[in-house]
Design a binder for this molecule. Structure first.
Ligand SMILES: [Zn+2]
Length: 305
């Protein structure tokens, strides 16, 4: 089978999106029962306030966090070229009900186009079920369905995997033939423990999840995402599921992270799911998110990857 010449492949850093500061205090301490309404208000206020604190008050911290991912040296190993590549996109984004420009892209190519997945081949994903909260699998399934609807990208659930999360500061190989065969590694979704992810400490955890994708380019092609990952904070999200509106919070986290996976960055508009000030009240994609996702689903076929 064909292998890509080493000199023609460029590998880029993964873009893992920081999301949502933790609300460990808010979830861990519940001294007295609250009315449902009061509990909801409190949970929402803590969620939003913590989020704002990290991203609005400390932009330098966000920049430093990204700097973890220095450009890597060439990574020539790759699957056979053009696997399962069609000559046309496999779907179209859902029509936009409300046009909006309230979105941003994680990365753009030199020609100004965003870095995207190839819409002409399916994107496979796997889930490691360990530490998954009850109901978590359905939330993942629904979130991927919503993402597919918004982008037109085709996702295929490959089921369970034993692959452990790669620490955020490390490199997850985008080609793992021993585990997944001769193809790009599927998008990996995991519920990570504090032992697995140093940035998910048991106490004073500061992040709910990370999500992003890795890209490659071949010859003169633009950078194209080939795989990605969503690393969910198992403890925080299990705790959240036991609280009012926990399911909406997990839904928001997954929708937000999957938005990063396909290429959305944070948006300054608090009404969007891709805003860093995430609230359980906004757990679906909003007009700006949807407009950005529609663009991200309309890349070109890239048969040379
Ligand atoms: Zn984020």
């Amino acid at each position: 089978m064909l292998r890509r010449p080493a000199s023609k492949l460029r590998r880029s850093r993964p873009i893992l999106g920081l999301v949502m500061a933790a609300v460990m205090i808010g979830f861990a301490a519940a001294p007295t029962p609250l009315s449902p309404q009061a509990a909801q208000a409190e949970a929402n206020a803590l969620f939003s306030a913590q989020e704002t604190a990290v991203y609005a008050a400390s932009p330098a911290a966000a920049v430093a966090a990204r700097a973890v991912f220095a450009p890597r040296k060439s990574y020539p190993i790759a699957p056979a070229m053009g696997l399962v590549e069609h000559d046309h996109p496999l779907g179209v984004p859902a029509p936009l009900a409300s046009p909006s420009t309230s979105f941003a892209f994680r990365r753009t190519n030199a020609d100004g186009t965003p870095v995207r997945y190839d819409p002409c081949r399916p994107i496979h994903y796997v889930t490691r079920a360990a530490n998954e909260p009850e109901g978590g699998a359905q939330i993942i399934k629904d979130a991927v369905t919503a993402l597919s609807h918004a982008t037109g990208l085709m996702f295929i659930d490959d089921g369970a995997t034993t692959e452990a999360p790669t620490r955020r500061a490390a490199v997850r190989p985008d080609f793992q033939p021993e585990l997944y065969g001769d193809r790009w590694a599927p998008v990996l979704i995991t519920w990570a423990t504090s032992a697995e992810e140093p940035e998910f400490p048991e106490i004073n955890a500061s992040h709910y999840a990370f999500g992003g994708s890795e890209s490659r380019a071949s010859g003169n092609s633009p950078q194209v995402y080939v795989t990605g990952s969503v690393e969910l904070n198992a403890k925080i999200l299990n705790d959240a599921m036991a609280k009012p509106h926990g399911a909406e919070i997990v839904q928001a986290v997954l929708g937000h992270e999957l938005g990063h996976v396909v290429g959305l960055d944070h948006d300054n508009n608090e009404g969007q799911l891709m805003n860093w000030q995430v609230s359980w009240k906004i757990h679906d994609y909003q007009p700006g998110d949807l407009a950005g996702l529609a663009i991200l689903g309309q890349g070109k076929c890239v048969p040379t990857l």
